[in-house]
Design a protein around this ligand. Structure first.
Ligand SMILES: [Fe+2]
Length: 370
């Protein structure tokens, strides 16, 4: 079991004043709760509270390093309703969990675009643009999940009026391009050059062997945000390589069934089961590994904040590089026997078998020597 690093009351009291931040005070002023962002079983059913300033319902989810990186919130719009218009000096990535509707985005110059979306859509709000979300149904609710870099911004400026009410157009981010939110198909490396994804659940992916087990992958830089997004998929009976990186990668399961292991170096892995709608946010430098125990490919979305990635001198994330050469990824050849036993047990409960032997074999071709 992971140790939770709890200290004495006496020591805790010395830091009591520092526990709250301008960001946490702002969330409370909004009348909302902050829940644990490391693991939430189902974002589709997580309880929300009325959010008067936005004319919706919401809950904030904070991982252990949220005060310096990014946060997450879930928001609902009632049938026939719309959120209040808003502009903000921080970035925001959104995935629609359920329902359908539209968003209008405009700037101080008066340039305006609007686009429609439904469950599975992905987009980002261009920095400091005015925007408003509309529920397009008179009977169904809309629910979305968003990851933002509000916490460090709020903690620096400590002034909601400045953050939400400064008229300024970042013209390099958005200048009213009519096709800004049109889905596009051009690809550069692993990057899909688009600001809008119609259906993240069914989007075709690009082959990426580096993370193990016949994986598909695709990356986005929505609305030229400094935060980034990717989707990964892995086949039935397989699992990805374990790796570790900085905090703030919000992993949202899009399809399939399985579990993740998470553990800090030197401790026993803990099991976190998942299904579509589960959120997993691996803590700073904890190893984590995703296992498909279902009968369909497993797919997840990750919303990340680039500020916490660790890369080598070539610009490659260390989480993609073998520990044998100084990276933060555990090769299959080096993983604990426990990992394989647990996976075999979980599969056999469902009458399935591991399909990993080809991946173990294929790894040998590129495995750095010990
Ligand atoms: Fe990861």
């Amino acid at each position: 079991m992971a140790k939770d690093a709890i200290v004495s009351e006496e020591t805790a009291k010395k830091f009591a004043k520092e526990k709250e931040t301008p960001y946490t005070r702002w969330v409370k002023q909004e009348g909302l709760e902050i829940k644990d962002g490391i693991y939430q079983e189902d974002l589709n059913t997580i309880e929300l509270k009325p959010w008067a300033s936005r004319n919706g319902h919401g809950v904030f989810l904070n991982h252990d390093a949220s005060r310096t990186s990014n946060d997450c919130y879930v928001c609902e719009i009632d049938p026939g309703e719309k959120l209040n218009p808003q502009r903000q000096l921080y970035e925001e990535m959104i995935m629609i969990l359920s329902g359908r509707g539209s968003t209008e985005v405009w700037n101080e110059a008066g340039q305006k675009v609007s686009f429609e979306w439904q469950a599975g859509a992905l987009f980002s709000i261009p920095l400091n643009t005015m925007h408003q979300h509309f529920n397009g149904s008179g009977t169904e609710k809309v629910r979305f999940v968003a990851v933002t870099n509000l916490p460090p911004i709020m903690n620096v400026y400590e002034d909601p009026d400045f953050i939400f009410n400064t008229p300024y157009d970042f013209k390099g981010r958005f200048s009213g391009e009519p096709d800004y939110f049109a889905p596009k198909e051009d690809v550069d490396g692993l990057m899909l050059l688009t600001n809008f994804v119609t259906d993240a659940v069914n989007l075709p992916l690009i082959e990426a062997k580096e993370r193990g087990a016949g994986g598909g992958h695709i990356r986005f830089n929505l609305a030229k945000s400094s935060m980034n997004t990717h989707i990964s998929q892995f086949p039935v009976g397989t699992y990805k390589k374990a790796h570790a990186h900085g905090p703030g990668a919000h992993v949202i399961i899009l399809a399939g069934e399985g579990y993740s292991l998470m553990w800090p170096e030197g401790e026993e892995p803990k099991v976190y089961p998942w299904k579509p709608g589960t959120l997993i946010t691996p803590p700073n430098m904890w190893f984590h590994q995703h296992f498909n125990t279902g009968t369909t490919p497993a797919r997840y979305l990750a919303f990340k904040y680039e500020g916490v990635a660790i890369r080598n001198a070539q610009g490659v994330p260390k989480a993609w590089i073998s520990r044998r050469v100084g990276g933060h990824q555990i090769d299959y050849a080096d993983e604990s026997q426990l990992v394989r036993t647990m996976f075999a047990d979980a599969l056999s409960e469902k009458g399935l078998e591991s399909q990993m032997s080809d991946s173990y074999e294929a790894e040998k071709a590129t495995l750095p020597p010990l």
